[in-house]
Design a binder for this molecule. Structure first.
Ligand code: NAD
Length: 260
């Protein structure tokens, strides 16, 4: 089955994994709703580049900590395209600190963006998917949805929550031709990971090079960073007919991390 002409909303798609997923889906002829922060001019260039693939792409600046803005973004999607077929909950942030130093406002922000936003987008998207009799919800969780690492209490908590949410909603919509799954990547070299290298070095009292080698890749048995394209390809597979009976679960793309 071709996915051409469907509409996908990808939260946090101005950078990293979300942008890669938007580009892959656009290549398949899927219209895109972009979302995320960044320089207005750069976002417009990214949006225009998506349209060069022969699809329509719009940008919505909804802040994932603001439920009203999320609801308005789904409404704009329906107004613009008449349907919302694929929802990719990808926006996420990180903060690395021991629990006793963890800023409470960062805790709240991470729980809101990395976990609760999935609820706010999904609750608004599901009625449209039910009406059209087809849908795909893909939550970008993390290997940290399955296992922990020290100093990432809010992130690990949020990502574990995302997997629980994924399973619950999958059961609720199982007979509506809607699948709900998560992808659990290991380390992908995106701005989110680059930014946490200095903090991790500080928290552990080691050099940034040691963080890359001994911390980030220590748990990845392939000794390779996961690529954005590999995560985007997994998302595309989950959208395909091959994945029609895959629901309420996760796909690990972590170089063997969670197997150990
Ligand atoms: P990134 O920093 O490159 O991109 C994050 C995106 O989220 C950006 O577009 C940013 O503007 C957007 N965003 C941040 N706060 C937002 C808000 N309040 N409202 C709307 N958008 C917001 O990060 P990334 O590495 O591409 O991460 C994407 C997702 O993948 C995250 O959920 C992250 O937890 C997950 N993940 C990343 C890795 C990795 O190693 N990079 C591994 C596992 C999971």
């Amino acid at each position: 089955m071709s996915l051409k002409g469907k509409t996908a909303l990808v939260t946090g798609s101005t950078s990293g994994i979300g942008l890669g997923i938007a580009q892959e889906l656009a290549t398949q002829g899927i219209n895109i709703v972009m979302n995320g922060f960044g320089d207005k001019g750069e976002i417009e260039q990214l949006r225009a580049a998506l349209e060069e693939k022969g699809i329509k792409a719009i940008y919505n600046s909804a802040d994932m900590t603001k439920p009203d803005e999320i609801t308005a973004m789904i409404e704009e999607t329906i107004k613009e395209f008449g349907t919302l077929d694929i929802l990719v909950n990808n926006a996420g942030i990180q903060n690395v600190a021991p629990v006793e130093d963890f800023p409470p406002e960062k805790w709240d922000e991470i729980i809101a963006i990395n976990m609760s936003s999935n609820f706010h987008t999904t609750r608004a998207a599901i009625p449209h998917m039910k009406k059209q009799g087809w849908g795909r919800v893909i939550n970008i969780a993390s290997v940290h949805g399955l296992v922990a690492s020290p100093f990432k209490s809010a992130y690990v908590t949020a990502k574990h929550g995302v997997l629980g949410f994924t399973k619950t909603i999958a059961l609720e919509v199982a007979q509506d031709n809607i699948t709900v799954n998560a992808i659990c990547p290991g380390y992908v070299l995106t701005p989110l990971v680059e930014k946490q290298i200095p903090d991790t070095a500080k928290a552990r009292g080691i050099s940034e090079e040691e963080v890359r080698r001994d911390v980030l890749l220590a748990a990845q048995w392939t000794k390779k960073f996961v690529t954005i394209e590999q995560v985007a390809g997994t998302a595309l597979f989950l959208c395909s007919d091959y994945a029609e009976n895959i629901t309420g679960t996760h796909v690990s793309v972590d170089g063997g991390w969670s197997a150990a």
